[in-house]
Design a protein around this ligand. Structure first.
Ligand code: ZN
Length: 382
């Protein structure tokens, strides 16, 4: 039975940020995610980070009836000052110049078009508008269906389809504009959140926890022993999980690592880098989470936020590259955050839900144990 305070928090709606201008960032044609030379035998196709991923997610929210039960919050462009709390002036200038010149590769796997700078500024601003909405109590929590994503962007480098680091910019904004001291960032995108880690590696005011597929992109990043530096030692928790980890492994990582560590840290705000690329049909990874799994993960972190920081949680969209399934997973995440269950079934459910990893933690158990051996004393993990 929830107490009265919890009832008040959970009675508030979940917010959503989406703007059709996010679609204007043009990733062009590619072979998966790499530029194809004109004389290549391989016929190019739309870049894997296509605008249809978020437009289909927004459309699905509408078609399932979930959208009408959310509070839509408008985005706004982030200011240069907002972005330069994380990124170097030279980096911001670089993205601006590449865009102004009509577009080119702005970094490793970071194709930019003429519109990219303006859209990336608007995406970062969406994360800030989301922080404002939860801090002011207009919504209980919020999903920012942003594009382009941000978690690979380091303070001075665009990479991995990311230009400005939306969650990192939002964390500093919350600290400097809203006077918050401690921010927790959970990154469940299947790729390691190297950019976010780099921004806060020596900072004990931001707890960064990344769940990701081990030995994956970016190469060499996200090791268990990468724990932060100096005053930030122990405030980066990397949880590399073996390929094939499904719902049970992810939920175990949340229960045994994420929840107790965040409770002990006692943040005033939780940010989530919500990439739906740990799904069982993603073309860029080999995990096996289903929509049910994502719904449960989101519900768990929403409940965690209710308990530790009056519900204040902003989830920023990151990866998720199955045009068919990533939108279904995003819909399920927002159901989990809001506690609303629309009367629709996951079309892939019978398949993904039937795999052993949906119910058995399997090899992920040993991976979780290794993280607990490294961080358990500091964070009270068992
Ligand atoms: Zn990813």
């Amino acid at each position: 039975m929830a107490d009265r305070k919890d009832d008040v928090v959970t009675a508030r709606p979940t917010g959503l940020i989406y703007d059709s201008r996010f679609l204007d960032h043009d990733t062009g044609l590619a072979l998966v995610s790499a530029t194809v030379p004109a004389d290549s035998v391989w016929e190019p196709q739309p870049h894997v980070a296509s605008p249809r991923l978020v437009s289909r997610a927004y459309s699905l929210l509408n078609r399932t009836g979930l959208l009408s039960q959310l509070v839509e919050v408008p985005t706004r462009p982030a200011t240069t000052e907002d972005i330069e709390r994380i990124h170097s002036a030279a980096h911001v200038q670089h993205i601006r110049e590449v865009s102004l010149a009509g577009g080119a590769e702005a970094g490793e796997y970071a194709p930019a078009s003429r519109e990219t700078y303006d859209v990336a500024v608007l995406a970062a601003g969406g994360a800030l508008a989301g922080v404002d909405a939860v801090v002011e109590g207009r919504v209980r929590n919020l999903y920012a269906l942003l594009r382009p994503p941000g978690h690979h962007a380091t303070p001075d480098k665009a990479m991995g389809f990311c230009y400005f680091n939306n969650v990192a910019v939002a964390a500093r904004y919350a600290q400097q504009q809203h006077g918050m001291e401690r921010i927790a960032i959970l990154d469940w995108d299947v790729h390691h959140g190297n950019g976010t880690q780099a921004a806060f590696y020596d900072d004990q005011s931001v707890l960064f926890i990344s769940l990701h597929q081990e030995d994956w992109y970016p190469t060499g990043e996200g090791l268990v022993d990468d724990v932060g530096r100096g005053a930030g030692a122990g405030y980066t928790i990397n949880v590399p999980l073996p390929a094939g980890t499904g719902n049970a492994g992810y939920l175990a990582a949340i229960e045994r690592i994420v929840s107790p560590a965040i409770r002990r840290f006692a943040p005033e705000l939780i940010l989530v880098s919500a990439g739906q690329d740990p799904s069982g049909v993603d073309p860029l990874a080999r995990m096996a989470v289903s929509a049910d799994g994502f719904r449960s993960m989101a519900a768990a972190v929403a409940a965690l936020a209710d308990g530790v920081c009056a519900g204040r949680l902003v989830a920023c969209h990151e990866g998720g590259y199955s045009e068919g399934y990533a939108p279904v997973c995003t819909w399920a995440v927002i159901e989990g955050l809001s506690g609303i269950r629309t009367p629709h079934d996951d079309p892939y459910g019978p398949w993904l839900g039937g795999m052993p990893c949906a119910t058995e933690t399997g090899p992920a158990s040993a991976a979780i144990d290794r993280v607990i051996a490294r961080h358990g004393v500091q964070w009270g993990l068992k």
